[in-house]
Ligand binder design. Structure first.
Ligand code: ATR
Length: 279
């Protein structure tokens, strides 16, 4: 890496941020594309967010990814928001704009591109969403945009799910123990949006009852560590299709990079990145 007087700076703000894989991804892209830019992690405490964003703008930092716990709070610190970020109510990317930063949600676009890549078509289909946290909000927006005919949301806290998705179109909210209320039919898409099954708790799955998986034709787990979760295993054992969230991770990073650098990442470089993530 060559750093000179023209090197741009991009990065990520979060707390914690030490575990992040984003610098490796973005610096890989910068190197492959020959862009004079460096991506660095910034640990920003909750109380320092406003100062951090103002300081970043003052320093001319081109753009930042935004992670836990700032994805909502950062919305108050930007001067513009794109439509998806506004609708979802969360921002994971900010990029320099006229008088400050503009906020985007590339979790949404990343999920859309993963669905497209894996040919998981939600249009006019029934979908079961497990979870109602931050990631689920981006998924819900994508499913609504794609025209899913009905979305069952199953969450541990039903009241929280109602608060978040109660007003969404064609949505029914259930507890995990109420999954049998979903009419029997094997052709649904199921998106696993909870953190259950994430390493080191690899042997966990938010739905314990195996019969649940008969309701599903294709499953997508947003988790990518491990590469095959129990959720995915249970589907594959039944001959169903199952994907992890690695492509969504890759696509959201690529979408952020494209916003930061105002350029397209060619498909070949994207696939080289995917190969690097999943050798
Ligand atoms: P993210 O930004 O990754 O979506 P989040 O906003 O904290 O993270 O959401 C985590 C999701 O996983 C939520 O749906 C949460 O359920 P609650 O809304 O009831 O909290 C779910 N989750 C986390 N741990 C869980 C557990 N042990 N059992 C069931 N659901 C769990």
């Amino acid at each position: 890496m060559k750093i000179d007087g023209k090197t741009k700076v991009i990065g990520i703000i979060g707390d914690p941020v030490e575990h992040t894989g984003s610098p490796a991804i973005h610096n890989f892209l910068a190197e492959k594309l020959g862009d004079n830019v460096v991506y660095v992690p910034f640990h920003v405490d909750r109380g320092n967010l406003a100062e951090a964003v103002r300081g970043a703008y003052g320093l001319g930092i081109t753009g930042l990814n935004v992670t836990v716990p700032h994805k909502q709070a950062v919305m108050a610190e930007v001067t513009e928001l794109d439509d998806a970020a506004l609708e979802i109510g969360a921002v994971n990317t900010i990029a320099v704009s006229k008088k400050g930063y503009k906020g985007y949600n590339t979790d949404f676009s990343g999920f859309m591109r993963q669905m497209d890549h894996d040919s998981v078509i939600a249009y006019n289909r029934e979908v079961i969403m497990l979870g109602a946290g931050g990631a689920a909000k981006a998924v819900m927006y994508a499913l609504q945009k794609t025209g899913a005919s009905k979305i069952y949301v199953l969450n541990r806290s039903k009241s929280k799910a109602k608060e978040i998705f109660g007003k969404s179109k064609n949505v029914e909210i259930l507890g995990f123990d109420e999954w049998e209320k979903i009419p029997k039919s094997p052709d649904r898409i199921c998106i696993q949006c909870t953190s259950v099954g994430l390493s080191p708790h690899d042997d966990e799955c938010v739905i314990k009852d195996d019969a649940f998986f008969d309701l599903v034709e294709t499953g997508v787990d947003l988790i990518y560590v491990p590469r095959e979760t129990v959720f995915m295993k249970k589907l594959r054992e039944r001959g169903k299709k199952a994907y992890n969230g690695l492509r969504m991770l890759m696509y959201q990073a690529v979408a952020s990079y494209e916003i930061f650098m105002d350029r397209e990442v060619p498909a070949q470089v994207r696939e080289e990145l995917y190969e690097e993530l999943d050798p």
